[in-house]
Ligand binder design. Sequence first.
Ligand code: F3S
Length: 423
Amino acid sequence: MILTDQEKKMLDGEEGYPAQKAMQILVRLGEIYDADRMIPVSKVHMPGSSVVVAGEAGTRLVEKMAAQGGHFKVFTTLNTGAIDMGSWSEIGYSRETHDLQQRLTRAYEKLGALACHTCTPYLIGSVPRLGEHIAWGESSAIAFVNSVFGARTNREGGPSALAAALTGVVPNYGFHRQENRYGQIHVKVATALSGTVDYGSLGYWVGRRTDSKIPVFTGIPKDVTTDQLKMLSAALASSGSVALYHIVGVTPEAADFETAFGGHQPVEVLTFERSGLRESEGLLNKHQNQPVSIVVIGCPHASIQEIESIAKQLDGKKIHDGMELWITAAQPVKAYAERCGFEQTILAAGGRIVTDTCPILSPMGYLAKARNMHALATNSAKLAHYAPGQWGMPTYYGSLEMCIQIAIDGAARTVSLGERHEG
Ligand code: F3S
């Protein structure tokens, strides 16, 4: 690999141990993927920001980098953490988890990160533009920024994202290169999609069939919303490992079919029909009619529009005794919801907006056991995919409106397999 003088200095240790170690990681990565050189990145989003993932060993590594004078050279945001930093003890997280998370967050802050602890940094001001090279972790966010904004990132893990932040560069390979960004599989969407949940079901169905190949969708309307694309991105990256997709006439690298495929023919054509919606709902409803104990909305973290529609549905109502309703969101979105009066409506109904964390990246297993929780309901294909394995809890999957109705009724009868798609 060709390195600039500054990159060589870092590799030789002239900028200290953290930058040297980071450059060693990046050079090794570049060699593995046959990169010709390093390229500058403008933003890093750090996975491994939860102690559920980082653990004591990961926390010590970040602390060591901070203690040895490391500093982030580019704008760096933190992914979702393990606890709600404001309400952790009220929710029931242990002091031990709190203390470890606080150590990790403080070490990242000392290095220069913004401790936003969210998987949707693009909803709170970290908005890369078309063609901008960045180094992001968190699979749902990667798929979203690569596809919806046309920014360029590989799927960064904890060590490579840390190294990118400490040096400001990444090896030039994968999705940073134009030749690797063209579509491979054509997905014809041949059924109407409604709400956000159907986009999750579509993504879940496609991800199971494409693995890491790049799908190109046709048949998705031009007025598809940001929240629908957020759900599509998360689901594609859960059942498969899709990090980039295109929607003809919608996303910026797919002005038309030929552009999306770079003039090549698709290697495969898939048609998504009504039966696909039923298939995803069948796979994601993993329950035997156990009672629902908790409804979780906000995977990926909720937008202000989602919170507004939840508040409207809850206005003047109460959630059922013994039921919990969590809406997970970034802290600034919660502050916005409070200013708009939405949070007050949700609190009055008995729900809560949880920030900095989410059920998958927090130690929910012990909370579920301690509270004797039976089943979870969610509108997120990603959460429904991971929760049964992670928490050992049966899962109900359905639309946002159905989930909120479950919270109010205390009964899950409104979500039944394929109910909305009969006929
Ligand atoms: Fe975000 Fe957690 Fe879901 S990180 S995408 S809310 S699993």
